[in-house]
Design a protein around this ligand. Structure first.
Ligand code: IMP
Length: 427
């Protein structure tokens, strides 16, 4: 029985929420395994439209066990707000669990994320300012506070008091800003702890049991491969790994248990935040894609930079993630274009480059080499069978499949759940 990881193949915002929602219905367990509330997963289902940041997309199905894994950094204020919103809209949360090992975003993390960004000036990363860099740095530096710590107030206060002293030194001495009050932070997090206590559990056993009982386990990724701290456009990256390999580490089971990896790719590219983007379109076509696709950040509202599909980057992503299948989303956004381009290689200092470079300065100098394909200029949102797509749209998808050496299992032609072409059942 399958353990399926669904991961973003580009710079995030590929439409993973819709694919996960579709697969969640058939799953026994859905686990979020990385990122934090820098992610925004939009789900449109019969209950309405939801923008989820932390709660796994399986929450809409009462029979699905939903786990926020140890690999996720949780801002408890944001999580509680999201839980309140879901409950107000009639969604049952009794099947939600939070790993006791998940790290917590503390007020100094969000504060320092903003201060650090300001201090970078023209070199700013364009972070979401949700405290992601600081919380994952603290995790690795062994300075973190975890969800389970909220359940033991005495130890929590002792640890917080020691950590806050250190953080306040940085806040006041390095940045000249106002230090935070221990009492205020402690009181606030104790309140969060009280409300979250019933959800905080040891979660690795739940997952192991589901796998051993041949249950269907869906691993919900966040962000996209090109934001990975190892393989993305470092340092213009996020601070936790969006890769399929992280599904195992961010949830607590062995990598040999993952059966399928579905890479989600938009039919074009978008990026929010700074960093090189070889196929970026800073022209009318880019604006058209942005407006047709409402390409504005779910979390920050920032306009997304848009460009042509980059098969060099996508091939790299397919390989590093080990995708067994692809989901191509937002094909309908391209419906009006007379001609389309796919970047098949780069030209760097007079040489043809077929692999995605490690260095962002090299990537910034890469000129995309395009293959042109005819557009279809026909609406596709009502089409449900691959064979019913205009021949040019079929050709576009087939070309991506060839360039990535991986089958396209799912094609999304609209935000609603039914606006989907399924070529192979994944779950
Ligand atoms: P951070 O994750 O907030 O530290 O931001 C680091 C980089 O990742 C910035 O360029 C963000 O715009 C980008 N980023 C983080 N989360 C997402 C996401 O969910 N979608 C798209 N970009 C993201």
């Amino acid at each position: 029985m399958p353990v399926v990881a669904v991961v973003g193949g580009q710079w995030g915002d590929e439409g993973k929420g819709k694919i996960v929602d579709m697969l969640a219905e058939k799953s026994d367990v859905v686990v979020r395994f990385s990122g934090g509330d820098n992610a925004g997963h939009t789900v449109v289902n019969p209950l309405g439209q939801f923008a989820l940041k932390l709660v796994p997309c399986g929450i809409f199905y009462p029979q699905v066990t939903c786990i926020i894994g140890n690999g996720v950094a949780i801002n408890p204020a944001v999580l509680l707000e999201e839980m309140d919103m879901l409950q107000e809209r009639g969604i049952d949360l009794s099947h939600l669990y939070i790993s006791d090992r998940a790290h917590l975003i503390m007020p100094y993390h969000t504060f320092l994320d903003g201060l650090e960004e300001e201090s970078r000036g023209g070199r700013a990363i364009g972070t979401t300012r949700k405290g992601i860099g600081p919380v994952f740095s603290d995790k690795i530096a062994r300075l973190g506070i975890r969800a389970g710590d909220l359940l033991d107030r005495e130890t929590f206060r002792e640890r917080l008091s020691h950590l806050l002293e250190h953080k306040n030194d940085i806040i006041s001495r390095v940045f000249g800003a106002e230090p935070l009050s221990l009492d205020d932070v402690f009181r606030q997090y104790c309140e969060y702890g009280e409300r979250l206590a019933q959800y905080i559990k040891e979660t690795t056993l739940m997952i192991a049991e589901a796998i051993d009982n041949k249950g269907k386990v869906l691993m919900e990724g966040a962000q996209g491969m090109l934001l990975d701290p190892d393989f993305g456009t470092y340092p213009f990256a996020t601070s936790s790994s969006p890769l399929a390999g992280e599904a195992s580490i961010g949830a607590g089971f062995g990598p040999t248990r993952i059966d399928q990896v579905i890479g989600v790719f938009k039919a074009f590219c978008s990026r929010v935040g700074a960093g090189p983007f070889p196929t970026e379109l800073e022209d009318d076509t880019g604006d058209l894609i942005r407006e047709r696709g409402h390409e504005y950040g779910t979390v920050t509202g920032r306009p997304r930079r848009c460009g042509w599909f980059d098969a060099v980057a996508a091939r790299f992503s397919q390989r590093v993630n080990g995708c067994t299948g692809l989901a191509i989303t937002r094909l309908d956004i391209l419906d009006v274009l007379p001609r389309l381009k796919i970047c098949v290689s780069y030209e760097l200092d007079g040489q043809t480059v077929n692999n995605f470079p490690a260095s962002v300065t090299a990537l910034a100098r890469c000129q995309p080499v395009y293959e042109e394909l005819p557009g279809w200029q026909t609406p596709t949102s009502d089409i449900r069978e691959f064979g019913q797509l205009p021949a040019e749209a079929q050709q576009y998808v087939t070309r991506i499949e060839e360039l990535l050496s991986c089958p396209v299992d799912v094609i999304s032609v609209g935000s609603a759940r039914e606006q989907t072409i399924v070529r192979r059942d994944i779950m």
